[in-house]
Design a protein around this ligand. Structure first.
Ligand code: EPZ
Length: 419
C-alpha cells in the first residue's frame, strides 16, 4: 500500500489547473448508453471511479476507448442489463446505470450499492421515482430489478433533493411518452451538465438547476460530443489549501458560479479572494477568524467540502461550528484530525472546533474527501504527517500529490512494503 508523507509549513504558490468533474462525468457516462450512436466525452478525469464506470459499461457490452481525458463510447452492442455486485460495491454511482438501462431497454438489474463510510446511502427515493414512471421494481437478494410496465410521463415529488435520484429518474424519463415533472429536484451543477449532455443527444429536458425539471419524452437519442464541466470540489480543495498555508495560488479552469459558497466561506475567515473569468486567486492572511458552516444542497455549502474546511478551521483561532445536514455519518475524519491534536467535540451532526496548532501524525483516510482533508491538515501542521488508505483518494483526485508538489508543498507518495 502507498502512503503520502507531508511535511507542513510550506506556503503554496503558483497556479493549478482544475480537471473535469468526477460527479458530472459519472452520470454522463451512464447516460451515454442511452444512445446507440458514438459518444465522445472530453475533460474526463483519470480516476479510479471513472475506471470502475468504464468496467461497468464494458460488462454490459459497450466498447470504450480512453485517450487521456477523452472517452469514446460505443453502446450499439449492449446485450446485458445487469450490473454485478463486484462493481456496485466498488462505487455507489454505478446505481446511475439503473435509470439509463430502464430508459433505453426497459429492463435493469443492479446490485445494491454498498453503504460506505459516510452513511447508509439508501435508494428509496430512486425506486419511488421509477415506480411512479411505471417501472415495476422488485427486491431480489442484493439486487434491484426493474421492468417497464406502461411507462408514462408523470409528476414526481422527491422527498429530499437527492442528487443521484434526480439524475437517475431524469434518465429513466427521457423516453417516457408525454411529460414528466420532477419536483423538489436537486439543483447541483452536475445535474445541469447531465441535462445539457442528454439534450445534445436529442432529449427534451428543461429546468435542471432549478427545483422543478420538465422532461418531454422522445423516441431515440443520437451520438454526440461533450466536454464535462470543471470539478468545483477539486477547485475548492485547492482553494482551502492555499488559504490554510497562507499561500498565493491561482486556481484555473473553474466555473466561478459553482464556487460561490466556498468563496463566501473562505472570505468570512479572512482569506483574500480575487476572481477573473474562469479563474480564482486565493491569498492567505496572517490572521484568520473562526466561522460556522452548515452543509446544504446546492447552492448551499457543499457537504463534499465539509472535511476540507474542518481541517482549515482546526488551525483557525477561535471556536467554529460545523453542521453536517446531508449525511448521517460524515465525521469519520474527526478521529484522525484528533491524532494531530485537533480539538473537536461531536454532538450528533454538529462538530464544535476549537482552533489551534496541529502536529504531524500517522493518519488514515476513511473516505475520499476525508483523505483530502488529511492532506490539507498535513500541509498546515508542524512536522510530518503520514497518510494511508490512498485508495480512497485515488477515487476522486488525479495525481493530487504531484499537483501539490508543483505548488511548493513538501509531499511525496511512497510505496510501503506490505507488512
Ligand atoms: C452525490 O451522491 C455525490 N456523488 C456525492 O459526492 C455528494 O456528497 C452527494 O451527491 C451530495 O451532494 C456523485 O455525484 C457520484 P444524495 P448521492 O442522493 O447522489 C439520502 C463525493 O465525495 N438519500 O444527494 O449518493 C442519502 O443517504 C461523493 O464525490 C436517501 O435517503 O447523494 C444522503 O443522506 C460523496 N434516499 C442524502 O439523501 C435515496 O434514495 C443526499 O444523498 C437517496 C439519497
Amino acid at each position: 500500500m502507498d502512503i503520502l508523507r507531508v511535511m507542513g509549513g510550506h506556503r503554496l504558490k503558483g497556479s493549478v489547473n482544475i480537471n473535469g468533474s468526477k460527479n458530472a462525468a459519472l452520470p454522463i457516462m451512464a447516460a451515454s448508453l442511452m444512445s446507440s450512436g458514438e459518444v465522445i466525452l472530453n475533460d474526463v478525469p483519470e480516476l479510479e471511479d471513472i475506471s470502475v464506470m468504464i468496467r461497468a459499461l464494458e460488462s454490459l457490452g459497450a466498447h470504450i476507448k480512453r485517450e487521456g481525458h477523452t472517452l469514446i463510447i460505443d453502446s450499439s452492442h449492449i446485450h446485458r442489463f445487469q450490473v454485478d455486485e463486484s462493481i456496485a460495491r466498488r462505487m455507489r454511482a454505478s446505481n446511475l446505470l439503473m435509470g439509463a438501462l430502464l430508459g433505453r431497454f426497459g429492463q435493469a438489474r443492479v446490485a445494491y450499492p454498498g453503504g460506505c463510510a459516510i452513511g447508509s446511502r439508501p435508494m428509496d427515493i430512486h425506486i419511488k421515482g421509477f415506480q411512479r414512471l411505471g417501472y415495476d421494481i422488485s427486491d431480489l437478494p442484493g439486487y434491484m430489478d426493474g421492468r417497464a410496465n406502461q411507462v408514462n410521463g408523470r409528476e414526481i415529488m422527491l422527498d429530499i433533493p437527492s442528487v443521484g435520484a434526480t439524475e437517475n429518474i431524469m434518465m429513466a424519463a427521457v423516453f417516457a411518452p408525454g411529460q414528466t415533472l420532477l419536483r423538489n429536484a436537486a439543483r447541483e451543477p452536475e445535474i445541469v451538465d447531465l441535462q445539457n449532455f442528454l439534450n445534445r443527444m436529442g432529449a427534451r429536458i428543461r429546468g435542471a438547476g432549478l427545483d422543478c425539471i420538465r422532461i418531454d419524452g422522445v423516441k431515440t437519442l443520437r451520438g454526440t460530443e461533450h466536454s464535462v464541466i470543471s470539478d468545483r470540489i477539486e477547485a475548492g480543495t485547492f482553494m482551502v489549501a492555499a488559504a490554510l498555508t497562507r499561500g498565493d495560488v491561482w486556481v484555473e479552469n473553474v466555473i466561478l458560479e459553482h464556487l460561490q459558497p466556498v468563496i463566501a466561506k473562505l472570505g468570512e475567515t479572512g482569506a483574500e479572494i480575487m476572481t477573473r473569468p474562469g479563474r480564482v486567486r486565493v491569498i492567505g492572511n496572517r490572521n484568520y477568524s473562526a466561522t460556522d458552516i452548515k452543509t446544504m444542497p446546492y447552492p448551499g455549502f457543499p457537504t463534499d467540502m465539509q472535511a476540507q474546511m474542518m481541517s482549515f478551521l482546526c488551525m483557525t483561532p477561535g471556536t467554529s461550528v460545523i453542521v453536517e445536514n446531508i449525511f448521517e455519518n460524515r465525521f469519520m475524519h474527526v478521529q484522525e484530525l484528533r491524532r494531530m491534536g485537533a480539538e473537536i467535540k461531536i454532538e450528533g451532526r454538529v462538530a464544535i472546533i476549537s482552533g489551534g496548532k496541529l502536529k504531524g501524525a500517522a493518519v488514515e483516510a476513511s473516505d475520499l474527501r476525508a483523505g483530502a482533508a488529511l492532506i490539507l491538515a498535513g500541509l498546515g501542521a508542524e512536522g510530518e504527517t503520514r497518510i494511508s488508505r490512498l485508495d480512497h483518494l485515488d477515487r476522486g483526485y488525479e495525481r493530487i500529490h504531484e499537483r501539490f508538489q508543483a505548488l511548493g508543498a513538501d509531499i511525496v507518495r511512497e510505496r510501503t512494503v506490505d507488512n
